[in-house]
Design a protein around this ligand. Sequence first.
Ligand code: HAM
Length: 445
Amino acid sequence: MAQNPTYQAPKGTVDLTGDSARAWEYLNHTAAQVFSRYGYELICTPIFEATEVFARGIGAATDVVNKEMYSFKDKKGRSLTLRPENTAGVVRAAIQGNLAGEAGLAKLYYAGPMFRYERPQKGRQRQFYQIGAEALGPASPEADAEMILMLWNYFCTLGLPVVNMELLVNSMGCPQCRPAYREHLADYLRDHTKELCPECQTRADTNPLRAFDCKNPQCQTVLATAPKLSDALCDDCASHQRQVTALLEAAGVTYTPDPTLVRGLDYYTRTVFEVQIKDGLGAQNALGGGGRYDGLFEQLGGKPTPGIGFALGFERVALALDAANQYLFSAGGPRVCYVAAADAALRGRAFGLAQTIRTSTQKWAALCDLQNKSLKAQFKAADRAGAAVVVIVGADEFEAGQVRMRNMQTHAEELIAFDGVARWLDDHPELQGASNQLSVSSYTS
Ligand code: HAM
């Protein structure tokens, strides 16, 4: 029944319902399957943290911290922030709980909502959903390559066409080589200040590397001939980068070296990467990305511990799957049977039988009427729910200790014992209901 809503979801947020909720479930389910093959375990951290965790972790000069955080004071006057991303939160949790432990390694993944006050558009929301992974402890090029390959494997497993994805890889250097380069780039930007947009003029002093992300065509022209960090890496960073890309090549995954890939968060050191979709998403074409953050633990008060990770955006991945006409398959939930009461006097029996089915077999879901519907209307409801079987509880049959099983595909009927229904269902795994394909529709406000 259509209603005139008094309240709307806040701008930049959407309700995940129906197919979009199932798509979120499917991405989660697939993440659990794929990531566990690499040894990852789920971590759930709070949705809000002390503001300092993000301000120190992500960097005060970033857009995320400067302009996009949802911060508020609690009743004791402490500043808290809804997480704009989860790497800083996971590292905070790892320091607090010593999660890397004796082994010096923790492989963790997470899924949930993030919050950034951005201008909403297709593939960009204020509350959006991320799935991410972090490897805490390893510093090796193998750890970087494994992380990139896991993200790639995940996208391929979901069904995104390889030909429409591009993997970009770059190195952000380290505290040995980046500061000198940063100054060099800042000088270059200052020399071209008249050709730059006002924001990039400021960036020359605050965060010169972010100028590479500016969409202004004039800035892009200036940046095209700017000095690149890839030419200024120290020997260790250059060697690390060569080993990472050699491992990707050995794994047969094609990548594009992109010396202008700088990413929007300040914690990155050495390897950064992004998977972009070539067609169908417009400006918001980054499905996911990440990189190494070897200084973040210390930044948040922990012992020096290297780390690397990524996060992907659910809305963009779902849109990309939709654009590729790639239907999402449900996570393989149970088949559905519908227990229908032929008349009102038998409603309690049907209700009880549905509960018996649910507790006696794992493979079948059992639905029954909760709205006093006629038998005809119950059949309609069974159809709508994609039921493979309707169990009809009728007066004469019940009298004889029996029920009627109706196959919804062939319409064939069979009389069986009332207390043998769950066994009968388990003996008929071949019965199919309506298609369990999902189509993905609208994800953005
Ligand atoms: P990020 O690049 O800021 O990285 O976000 C990762 C992904 O989240 C993006 O590629 C995009 O798909 C999605 N995303 C970001 N903002 C929005 C938005 N406003 N609406 C919809 N989707 C969005 C991080 O968050 C890092 N924590 C990744 C990481 C993990 N690096 C190391 N470990």
